[in-house]
Design a protein around this ligand. Structure first.
Ligand code: B12
Ligand code: SF4
Ligand code: SF4
Length: 393
């Protein structure tokens, strides 16, 4: 029976098939259906995690009960349509423009943020899917699209809807696609048959747990967000804990280490990627000096339709300062000295002082500047960082 058939209402299964086909047509790599019922087990795990303080300053996660009950998002909803969009990069990296060399001091941006902002892409595609659902069913539908920021445990939705499994890295792995996917959901006031959760899992592997540069995993399936580089470089707007700065390396926005080592991401088989999420040329590599010295107009251009808009210009400059300190490259000294001497943000000046200290002997010429900052900077944290840097250089 087609959607135009007049012989009677389409069965739930047929409608589900039509919605799944529409989702794939719109560019989603996977789709599944879960009933809208409270997530009791996941809620209790979330409570234990929050009680341990692993969420740090992510206070929005404390909305516990609502986050584990999708009915709170749309009371009339009966089905959660779970979708995954793939941002796995093609095996060959996107080349730089032929007329441009790469920056001398390069930093890295996590893969999910190299293309268009996935929140925007996902929302647009979910809105299109909602329209397709209404046309398949032949009546207006109450819907709500969610991606990332809605109070919803998205890993649990994906698991229930059978599109992936909860891995030891805490990420959702979609067999055949790996973990380089972003998740989204569409709540519908329409009853549909539920998909079967997958039986797959990590088996005996623990590669991600051992590879994390900051030791952020407390155990399999449990992450101390406060140590995760994604938290430190994106969510945390204040000073980065000193003992973790060297471990961040040259990552200025997020981290992919636990995914890079995952065998589920190793396959080079063709994957249904969302073209919008492929790296934009200017974001395939970042120039750390340009990021440290980014002006207001440059910032606006850089973050336009990018997930980078989540952080401020000063946060990016702070991250660039730390990354420059981790380059072990003498060319980082002059820009860091400039930042210590003139940057309008005390946070950036403080991290620039740390970075000069981290460069050790390479930054010997910066001692007079550090001494001036230790004596005369208007901000107590900058004076303290400069004193510490003088002690370590
Ligand atoms: C807060 C948050 C973060 C925090 C905390 C991450 C965390 N692990 O909790 C920080 C800032 C650190 C972070 C980092 C990243 N994030 Co994030 N983040 C979120 C957010 C908003 C909430 C996650 C959450 O609820 N955490 C609370 C804890 C308790 O939940 P949990 O770890 O998921 O635990 C559940 C399961 O692990 C399971 N579980 C626990 N124990 C056990 C044991 C067993 C045996 C089993 C089976 C299950 C199980 O139950 C728990 C409750 O459901 C989600 C979006 C959303 N609304 O869900 C995106 C989300 C998880 N992030 C995402 C991404 C892409 C990332 C990064 C990869 C970004 C990057 N490259 O830098 C990193 C990855 C770090 C990592 N290893 O998780 C994607 C993940 C996509 C995917 N394939 O899984 C999401 C889903 C956003 C999206 N819409 O796509 N993130
Ligand atoms: S994203 Fe990086 S820092 Fe965070 S858990 Fe994974 S490997 Fe560790
Ligand atoms: S690296 Fe191994 S343990 Fe970690 S998520 Fe991948 S399969 Fe699971």
């Amino acid at each position: 029976m087609s959607e135009h058939d007049n012989s009677g209402p389409p069965t739930q299964r047929l409608v589900a098939e039509q919605i799944a086909a529409a989702a794939l047509e719109l560019g989603f790599a996977r789709v599944g259906f879960a009933p809208v019922t409270p997530f009791d087990e996941a809620a209790s795990r979330l409570r234990t995690w929050l009680a341990s303080g692993y969420h740090g300053e992510l206070s929005y996660l404390e909305d516990g009960e609502a986050r584990a009950d999708p009915r709170a998002l749309l009371p009339e909803a009966k089905t959660l349509v779970a979708v995954a969009l793939s941002y796995a990069e093609p095996p060959k990296p996107v080349p730089l423009r032929a007329d441009r060399e790469g920056p001398a001091l390069a930093g890295s941006i996590a893969r999910y943020a190299r293309g268009e902002d996935y929140h925007l892409v996902m929302k647009e595609k979910l809105a299109a899917l909602a329209e397709r659902c209404a046309s398949i069913i032949g009546r207006p539908l109450a819907t709500r699209a969610c991606v990332d920021t809605a109070p919803l445990l998205e890993h649990e939705v994906a698991r229930r809807a059978g599109i992936g499994f909860s891995a030891k890295s805490t990420l959702t792995i979609v067999p055949g696609l790996g973990s380089y996917v972003v998740l989204g959901e569409l709540l519908l006031d329409l009853e549909l048959p539920a998909s079967e959760p997958l039986k797959a899992g990590c088996g005996g592997c623990r590669a991600c747990l051992d590879a994390c540069p900051t030791g952020a995993f407390v155990s399999a399936h449990v992450l101390d967000a406060r140590r995760c580089i994604a938290y430190l470089t994106i969510e945390n707007a204040g000073p980065i804990p000193r003992e973790l700065r060297a471990r961040i390396g040259t990552r200025v926005f997020g981290c992919d280490v636990c995914q890079e080592v995952c065998p589920f991401n190793a396959s080079s088989a063709p994957r249904p990627r969302a073209p919008e999420l492929l790296p934009r040329t200017p974001l395939a590599v970042v120039d750390l000096v340009a990021l440290l010295e980014l002006g207001a107009a440059g910032y606006r251009k850089l973050v336009r339709r990018s997930a980078l808009r989540r952080v401020t210009r000063d946060t990016l400059a702070r991250n660039a300062a730390v990354a420059l300190g981790n380059t072990r490259d003498a060319r980082a000294v002059a820009p860091l000295e400039r930042a210590l001497g003139t940057h309008r943000s005390a946070l950036v000046r403080a991290h620039a002082a740390w970075a000069l200290g981290a460069l050790g002997e390479l930054a010997a010429s910066a001692r007079p500047r550090l001494e001036r900052a230790a004596e005369a900077d208007l901000d107590a944290d900058v004076r303290e960082e400069a004193r510490l840097a003088l002690g370590s250089s």
